[in-house]
Design a protein around this ligand. Structure first.
Ligand code: SF4
Length: 482
């Protein structure tokens, strides 16, 4: 695999475009209206010239792959907004547009197919737009030297030698990449082989997130890397990884879907919040700062944003950001507040016995377990959880209480709690793979069918896996080169 090394001690100071964020008021997902407004925005900000005759990637978020449009209107990047953005780009002269996302519950292609994205895109005439399944593109291994994570090497939450991320080669084929023997590959050769994304547009859905507190443009980059990488860093180092990931290639433009946002137990059990706007800008941290203001959240309390500020990627200071249409922002803010953020208190769920160490990670075991339990709690299946015991984090349980635990309904979740593994079903991992955990809980935990499983369309699922395996093994992936 190709390699790319980033020495964090010798980083060039990032060049940050002016911190300007535009609020576009938009009440409904009306494609024609959005196209008109986006065109105005692009022309007024000279973005039409930047994308002209360029290969553009739209990094969307299809995190919850279901066929029910309204179930995910507050979770996924809206399909009408994606169609409208692609149409805008085509009309303004982009050479090629790729709609890109990575794997979630199945291969990336599963989400596209089950959401029936094609149907939504067909509302407009698109001739230069294609899908880009990020789990099928050639990758490069990006290694961070002297990263902020180095101090954690060897600690229990970070059992790796260094921070490495698997990253789509087409986004960095203009950089100094080396082959496995360390020989530098010429730029021209790289571009010829892997293609190059000239212009990268991030399209996050504004929403609360049980693991990282919020999902905005910086967090949206998580979908660029494979699921295994995401899981590997899904513990107390998640924010550090997200910040490092952003530095590999920050987006050129952000179009945040905040027409219907997601609040509460996001991502999967978010509630809709009609914030009725699209929030655009060229600096991810600035757009995320304005989005945070809309939600009444201090951006300095979001670790990945704070790290990026410290590294020179933006001020996170609303007073230094030029906000166009600030009146609209204030109106929407007044309308939606209080914006609800995730509740991770597993210990407050009635009829459960919970032993939880204070250090159990919000981004890891605590967040993941609560998300799985929310699937039952928010879908009228709370009674299926009754009388279960959960153990997670570094916790000390008195001997007499241990003896009373019913091992058949006890789940010991994550490596931190391994010392109690003989007291129930032990889920290994830091954190355990949530898909595997979900499946095991239904049987080992006798919790019955997880309501999320009912959304899976078996035929689409099997077919997506078959074509995905075919694409990887037999090399008939469509986007060997973008
Ligand atoms: S096992 Fe879980 S609680 Fe422990 S460090 Fe890993 S993610 Fe955090």
């Amino acid at each position: 695999m190709l390699k790319y090394e980033i020495d964090c001690d010798n980083l060039e100071k990032p060049v940050i475009a002016e911190e300007k964020v535009t609020i576009i008021e938009q009440k409904e997902y009306n494609v024609e209206e959005i196209v008109e407004k986006l065109k105005n925005y692009f022309v007024n900000n000279h973005i039409d010239k930047e994308i002209h005759d360029k290969t553009v990637m739209l990094k969307v978020s299809l995190v919850f792959a279901v066929g029910d449009y309204n179930r995910v209107i507050m979770i996924n990047t809206n399909y009408n907004l994606i169609a409208a953005t692609a149409k805008t780009l085509e009309d303004l002269g982009a050479k090629r547009i790729y709609i890109a996302d990575g794997a979630t519950v199945g291969p990336a292609s599963y989400a596209y197919s089950v959401a029936n994205l094609k149907r939504w895109l067909n509302q407009v005439e698109l001739k230069k737009t294609k899908y880009l399944f990020l789990d099928e593109v050639p990758y490069a291994k990006v290694k961070f030297k002297n990263s902020p994570l180095d101090e954690m090497v060897g600690k229990e939450c970070y059992p790796f030698k260094d921070l490495t991320l698997t990253y789509p080669a087409c986004l960095i084929s203009n950089k100094s990449l080396t082959d496995k023997n360390g020989n530098r590959i010429e730029d021209e050769k790289l571009r010829k082989k892997f293609g190059y994304i000239d212009y990268f547009i991030s399209m996050p859905k504004l929403k609360a997130n049980i693991f990282a507190n919020i999902t905005l443009s910086v967090k949206n980059n998580m979908g660029l890397i494979p699921r295994a990488d995401r899981l590997r860093y899904h513990s107390r180092i998640l924010h550090d990884m997200i910040a490092c990931l952003y530095t590999i290639r920050p987006p050129d433009l952000i179009i945040t879907d905040a027409i219907v946002s997601g609040m509460g137990q996001g991502p999967m059990e978010a509630d809709p919040c009609r914030s009725e706007c699209i929030i655009c800008g060229k600096v991810g941290t600035a757009v995320d700062t304005v989005c945070s203001y809309l939600m009444d959240h201090d951006p300095l309390k979001i670790r990945h944003l704070k790290l990026l500020k410290n590294w020179g990627y933006g001020s996170l200071d609303l007073s230094q950001i030029e906000v166009i249409n600030k009146v609209v922002l204030e109106q929407k803010r007044d309308k939606i507040l209080p914006f609800e953020f995730p509740d991770r208190h597993i210990e407050k769920i009635p009829n459960l016995k919970v032993y939880i160490g204070e250090d159990a990670c919000d981004s890891g075991c605590r967040g993941m377990l609560k998300a799985i339990l929310d699937a039952y709690l928010k879908n009228d299946k709370a009674e299926l959880l009754d009388n279960h015991t959960f153990i997670l984090g570094n916790v000390d349980i008195p001997k007499e209480e241990l003896e009373e635990i019913d091992k058949r309904s006890c789940i010991v979740y994550g490596d931190c709690a391994e010392k109690y593994k003989e007291y129930g079903a032990f889920y290994h991992g830091c954190p355990p793979d949530y898909l595997v955990a979900m499946a095991l809980m239904m049987f080992q935990g006798h919790m019955g069918i997880n309501p999320w499983i009912t959304y899976i369309k078996p035929l689409h699922y099997v077919w997506s896996w078959l074509r995905h395996i075919g694409a990887l093994v037999f090399g008939f992936r469509l986007w060997r080169k973008v």
